[in-house]
Design a protein around this ligand. Structure first.
Ligand SMILES: [Zn+2]
Length: 304
């Protein structure tokens, strides 16, 4: 007992020093470690679906069973697509729960999120089908196809027409353009979303600002004179896909969004909401319906 007391008394100051030193080291270690180690992640695992939308760009539609649609009666163009192949693609879309968006739907539900997607569309896969230039093949071949598909599937396929009102009812390279009455017919039947492709299909990048403004504003005016609806001609597809900073700047004065061709899926990710460079795929003659389907399906792969 005595010995123990002796020992305790003898070692008490040095033990206190050891503990104090140890505490000092520990505190410093914690402080240094807190600076060196990254903060703990507070975010939850990302389960959000990264949503991309396939937007297809077609031009004229030809009927392979109509000799008037083929040489020597009609020249062939790379941008033509056949009614027969398009029918296969549309049947796939109708059988697989797709939602045919108008340009305004895309703008409101996906680009600026000013509207919440209605419950009836919540589990559907959005897609946009566009047709540039407003050729008469739209009236002769596309509209009857859409009407037949509606009878068969009890669902309407909405298509976007990017039209040059300065070319309406004219003929170029023996190819006829739609008239205002043709546009009205498909619009009133609920199949057409009619939007602008510029007044007369001039390359907007080659125009001075006065002519550029005229091409953009006059196109909008004439289309709205043809069809009295403020959703008409609110969006633009650049003629020839040609755009630059100046064209984008002037487009913003007259249109809510604009479409390009770059064979990419349109993204709805926040970082990529460039409204005046909306991606589109171009469907050429010879691109099989199967290829259109495979590309379309890519949009709906979930990326974490
Ligand atoms: Zn065009």
């Amino acid at each position: 007992m005595r010995d123990r007391e002796f020992l305790n008394i003898q070692f008490l100051p040095s033990l206190t020093l050891v503990f104090a030193f140890g505490f000092f080291v520990l505190v410093n270690f914690v402080i240094i470690a807190s600076f060196l180690s990254p903060p703990k992640a507070e975010s939850k695992p990302n389960k959000i679906k990264y949503l991309q939308i396939p937007i297809w760009g077609f031009h004229d539609l030809i009927d392979l069973n109509n000799k008037q649609n083929k040489p020597p009666y009609r020249r062939e163009f790379d941008s033509d697509y056949s009614k027969q192949d398009l029918e296969k693609f549309l049947e796939y879309l109708l059988e697989n729960n797709y939602w045919f968006l108008s340009t305004n739907d895309f703008y409101e539900y996906f680009l600026v999120n000013s509207k919440i997607i209605p419950a009836e569309y919540a589990d559907k896969k959005p897609i946009i089908l566009t047709f540039d230039d407003g050729y008469r093949g739209i009236k002769n071949n596309l509209l009857p196809l859409l009407e037949n598909l509606e009878k068969k599937y009890k669902q309407k396929v909405k298509v976007v027409l990017f039209v040059n009102p300065g070319l309406m009812s004219t003929v170029d390279d023996d190819i006829l353009y739609l008239s205002c009455a043709d546009l009205k017919e498909g619009y009133e039947k609920g199949f057409y979303d009619i939007q602008s492709h510029g007044l007369s299909h001039l390359k907007l990048t080659e125009l001075d600002v006065e002519k550029l403004s005229f091409e953009l504003s006059k196109a909008k005016l004439l289309l709205r004179n043809c069809i009295n609806d403020k959703k008409i001609a609110s969006h633009l597809a650049y003629p020839n896909g040609a755009y630059n900073d100046k064209v984008e700047e002037y487009t913003q004065k007259y249109y809510l969004s604009a479409y390009i061709y770059d064979n990419k899926l349109a993204s709805c990710a926040p970082k990529d909401k460039r409204r005046y460079q909306i991606h589109r795929y171009q469907a050429f003659r010879g691109v099989s319906p199967l290829k259109l389907i495979e590309t379309t399906q890519k949009a709906f792969e979930i990326i974490n």
